[in-house]
Design a protein around this ligand. Structure first.
Ligand SMILES: NC(=O)c1ccc[n+]([C@@H]2O[C@H](COP(=O)([O-])OP(=O)(O)OC[C@H]3O[C@@H](n4cnc5c(N)ncnc54)[C@H](OP(=O)(O)O)[C@@H]3O)[C@@H](O)[C@H]2O)c1
Length: 339
């Protein structure tokens, strides 16, 4: 009998340059099947999430506070799959689980590595493949967005930004303005995600648009981009505005204007702008806080799961990683594999 050898995406070499597409260092290979030990389950993956940070983890070193990927080994990332073999009593065959060992057809997971997906809360299990935890932490705990705020979100059509902007609305912000690349993404932000306005960073003048949209200044800023977008946000900050710095995509992606903005200290001092970078640790409390609000706001129709759904196989996820960094997709990017 031939034994099925599951495929996985392996890192062949470290990336050395931001302009180098991730696909150049990734390879889909087959691996010997892994048997679960006592307490473990074998999971056949159904969905793979593709996130920008994975591109950083392909370098030999990264400032992101998680270990970089190792050459010769499968890379990892958020995924959802079905238990097909179980040696763990609490996760019988058929359980659908969320885990962090994706980028492979099958994953063998122990206790504390696989989280059963609750039934009936969302239309499909892939709704849990979102970047709501850092979005919620940044908007709620760091920027402390609430009623009446005028909020600017950069990278608003991306995985984290699309959630952050909607969370700001759900928290009662008076105005939420998103920055995104291209008219289609801008239309999506306003017409489908319910933002008040969108600015196209490719064709609009940021200063002109911010003057028109936020004449009294922005009171909160959620930044995933850095660079010139951070600088523009500071020029338009209201007194005592709160800035939550989440990401520096302008510096993480080749061809961007660099993630290192110049900080106009006098403006920051005079307006007492509170600038707080943050790194989400995904603590059980942070995950619980987001999941509780996500389920409630989704049921109330106040939040949408912004995503791009692509069809597998694994090689499609590799291409999607390149495309994500090139700005080709919107929302949370998910690859679905045939069952
Ligand atoms: N601090 C934390 O705890 C934390 C946690 C998770 C993620 N992050 C960070 O959050 C950021 C967003 O992550 P994500 O996975 O949601 O990525 P994402 O926003 O989905 O990333 C892709 C988007 O980046 C935009 N982009 C690409 N190049 C750009 C450039 N040069 N200038 C401006 N925008 C550019 C594109 O949007 P447009 O086409 O609209 O320009 C593209 O669609 C990343 O920096 C990530 O590392 C931080």
């Amino acid at each position: 009998m031939t034994v099925h050898e599951p495929s996985a995406v392996v890192l062949r070499a470290h990336r050395t340059d931001l302009t180098q597409p991730p696909s150049e260092v990734l390879e889909v290979v087959t691996l010997p099947p892994q048997e679960p030990d006592a307490g473990q389950v074998r999971v056949r993956n159904l969905f793979q999430q593709v996130i920008a940070a994975s591109g950083d983890l392909m370098f030999a070193t990264s400032q992101i506070p998680v270990p970089v990927f190792r050459v010769g080994e499968p890379i990892s990332g958020p995924a959802i799959g079905t238990v097909v073999e179980s040696r763990a009593g609490d996760m019988p065959v058929g359980t659908v689980v969320l885990h962090m060992s994706g980028w492979r057809e099958e994953s063998v997971l122990g206790r504390g590595e696989a989280f059963p997906v609750p039934d009936g809360v969302f239309p499909g299990p892939e709704y849990l493949l979102n970047q709501g935890v850092p979005a919620y932490h940044g908007i709620v705990d760091i920027a402390e967005v609430g009623e009446g705020d005028v909020v600017l979100v950069s990278g608003a059509a991306g995985g984290v930004g699309s959630m952050a902007a909607q969370i700001a609305k759900a928290r009662g912000a008076a105005t939420v303005i998103g920055i995104a690349g291209g008219p289609e993404k801008c239309r999506y932000l306003v017409d489908e995600l319910g933002l008040d306005a969108a600015i196209d960073h490719r064709s609009d003048d940021l200063d002109e648009r911010l003057t028109a949209l936020a004449p009294g200044g922005i009171t909160a800023f959620f930044d995933t981009i850095g660079g010139s977008q951070f600088e523009a946000a500071l020029r338009h900050a209201a007194p005592r505005a709160r800035f939550a710095l989440c990401g520096t995509l302008a510096g993480q992606i080749g061809g961007g204007d660099g993630g290192h903005p110049r900080l106009d200290l006098m403006t920051a001092i005079a307006r007492e702008v509170r600038i707080r970078p943050f790194s989400t640790r995904h603590t059980p409390e942070q995950i619980e806080a987001w999941n509780t609000h996500y389920a409630r706001w989704y049921a109330e129709g106040r939040i949408r799961f912004a995503r791009t759904l692509l069809e597998g196989p694994l090689q499609r996820a590799v291409a999607a990683q390149d495309e994500l960094l090139a700005g080709a997709h919107r929302g949370n990017v998910i690859v679905r594999f045939a069952g």
